[in-house]
Design a protein around this ligand. Structure first.
Ligand code: AKG
Ligand code: FE2
Length: 214
């Protein structure tokens, strides 16, 4: 498994430093990814997924013109989730050490994009509105075929016109990028597309106010 200080983690950090984003195939083991996928499928079958929202709290709205996936928040209530969090904790510590980012806590959800679902070009945070500093996405799709689509498009900076990279949602691939700087888009697929999206946030807690994570 990656995220324990090996060369996969080094490569990821290097990409973040140089470009603000990084793509690491096979970052997590096939067994862990399979367990997470099974968990997502089970939760979906038991009605635990909801149509995704955009914005936070009062502004929270469901706008299927912007995104049409469904999501389920991770609560750390399985062995697989704990193993995932352990790997991501190593990433958090390394990013704080190498990039001085002050990543504090992680919020994350499973996403399922059904055939035809998409998420239009967006950034995950602007002007520190939600405290999100670093975004991570882990794909859970074994045997994914290019012709099924579902790629993640990445632009290098806010107003860029030209796409710099497209990532196929293959099982075990981890993508990380700076939440405020990197526009991205999820293209529609012809098959169900499973992933986990997570955000490391800064500490917005003050003495009399516990900042809610969502
Ligand atoms: O699933 C992906 O490839 C990215 C998802 C995303 O951009 C998000 O949930 O904010
Ligand atoms: Fe996003």
């Amino acid at each position: 498994m990656g995220g324990v200080g090996g060369s996969l983690l080094d490569g990821l950090i290097d990409g973040l430093v140089r470009r603000g984003y990084a793509v690491a195939p096979n970052y997590f083991s096939a067994a862990l990814v399979r367990a997470l996928r099974e968990e997502a499928r089970y939760k979906d079958q038991h009605g635990e997924f909801r149509l995704a929202g955009i914005g936070r709290r009062q502004e929270h709205q469901k706008d299927t013109r912007v995104r049409s996936d469904r999501t389920c928040w991770l609560k750390g209530d399985s062995l697989a989730q704990c193993q995932l969090f352990e790997g991501l904790e190593s990433l958090r510590l390394a990013v704080n050490r190498e990039l001085f980012m002050g990543l504090f806590e992680l919020e994350s959800h499973f996403s399922i994009y059904g055939p035809g679902d998409f998420y239009q070009r967006h950034v995950d945070a602007f002007n520190g509105n939600n405290g999100r500093l670093l975004s991570v996405v882990l794909y859970l799709n074994e045997g994914w075929q290019s012709q099924w689509g579902g790629r993640l498009r990445i632009w290098p900076k806010a107003n860029a016109n030209r796409v710099v990279t497209e990532v196929e949602p293959r099982a075990g691939t981890l993508v990380a990028f700076l939440s405020e700087n990197i526009p991205h888009e999820v293209l529609a697929a012809t098959r169900e597309r499973y992933s986990i999206a997570g955000w490391f946030r800064c500490n917005n807690t003050t003495a009399d106010r516990l900042d809610p994570a969502r």
